[in-house]
Design a protein. Structure first.
Length: 99
C-alpha cells in the first residue's frame, strides 16, 4: 500500500478564509441592522400618513355635512364669528382668558 502524503495546509490560507468570512459576516449583520432601521422609519411614515388620512376624512365628513344643510346663511355666520372673529358694527364680544 502506498502511503498518501498529506500536505499541510498553509496557516496563511486558513487565516485569509477566516478574515474573509468575518468580513462577510459583519457586512451581513450591518445590512440587516440598516434594513431594520429602514423598516422602522417606513412604519413611522405609514402611521403618520394614516393619521393624516383620518384627519382628512373627518374634515371631508364635516364638509359633506355642511353641504347637505340647507341654511347657508347660518353656516356663513358661524364661520365669520367663530373662525374669523368677525362681529356686527358696535357689537362687543367678550372672551374668557384661558391659559
Amino acid at each position: 500500500m502506498a502511503e498518501k502524503t498529506r500536505k499541510r495546509k498553509s496557516h496563511l490560507g486558513d487565516l485569509l478564509k477566516l478574515c474573509l468570512f468575518a468580513i462577510v459576516l459583519v457586512y451581513a449583520v450591518a445590512l440587516i441592522i440598516q434594513t431594520q432601521a429602514d423598516i422602522a422609519e417606513q412604519r413611522m411614515q405609514i402611521e403618520k400618513l394614516e393619521s393624516e388620512i383620518t384627519e382628512t376624512r373627518q374634515a371631508n365628513d364635516e364638509y359633506q355635512r355642511i353641504l347637505k344643510t340647507t341654511d347657508e346663511e347660518e353656516y356663513m355666520f358661524t364661520v365669520a364669528v367663530e373662525k374669523l372673529g368677525y362681529a356686527y358694527p358696535r357689537e362687543r364680544r367678550f372672551y374668557a382668558k384661558t391659559k
